[in-house]
Design a protein around this ligand. Structure first.
Ligand code: MN
Length: 199
């Protein structure tokens, strides 16, 4: 097996009441597990064996749709779990806060832009905070695409993401995607986001 479903650093119920345990369990143990297994199957008999997920997805335009979909699904969920935590800091601090202020004007304006990208992503996809050189940019992608892929409009290094596929929120929030996004802000692990910011 090339790629392994990561073990979460917190329990399925740890993000309650913002993200419910049942959603977390199905999302991690079924959805993310399926992307991981399908990626392994797609890579198994190819010349991609032994490459990192980043090496694979940055060249995705030349690869089979199964690699694009499942490679993205594998990478995106890894980041999503990592940037959430129960009881994390209430907002960004230090260099990350400076960078957000410099790029968006204020934390509130960043939050507005990120929320808008997540709310308006039509159908299934993801919203992102991405580092591009000295600046931070908000963008969104459809299906399991991400900003590392050479097929996406806005490319850069992802430091924060939210999954806006219905499977990420429908059990608790049904059609109320904006409520899920607001709740997500209560469980962002800003320390993990800060770690991904390159100097
Ligand atoms: Mn998902």
């Amino acid at each position: 097996m090339s790629f392994t479903l990561p073990t979460l650093q917190y329990d399925y119920k740890a993000l309650e009441p913002y993200i419910d345990a049942q959603t977390m369990e199905i999302h991690h143990s079924k959805h993310h597990a399926a992307y991981t297994n399908n990626l392994n199957a797609a890579v198994e008999n190819s010349d991609l064996k032994g490459k990192t997920i980043e090496e694979i997805i940055t060249n995705v335009s030349k690869l089979a749709p199964a690699i694009r979909n499942n490679g993205g699904g594998f990478y995106n969920h890894n980041l999503y779990w990592d940037v959430m935590t129960p009881g994390g800091p209430s907002g960004p601090e230090g260099k990350l806060l400076e960078s957000i202020n410099g790029s968006f004007g204020s934390f509130d304006l960043f939050k507005e832009a990120f929320t808008k990208a997540a709310v308006t992503r039509f159908g299934s996809g993801w919203a992102w905070l991405v580092q591009k050189g000295d600046t931070l940019v908000v963008t969104s992608t459809h299906n399991q695409d991400n900003p590392l892929m050479d097929v996406t409009e806005v490319q850069g290094s992802p430091i924060l993401t939210i999954d806006v596929w219905e499977h990420a929120y429908y059990l608790k929030y049904q059609n109320r995607r904006p409520e899920y996004i607001e709740a997500f802000f209560k469980v962002i692990n800003w320390n993990e986001v800060a770690k991904r910011l390159k100097a």
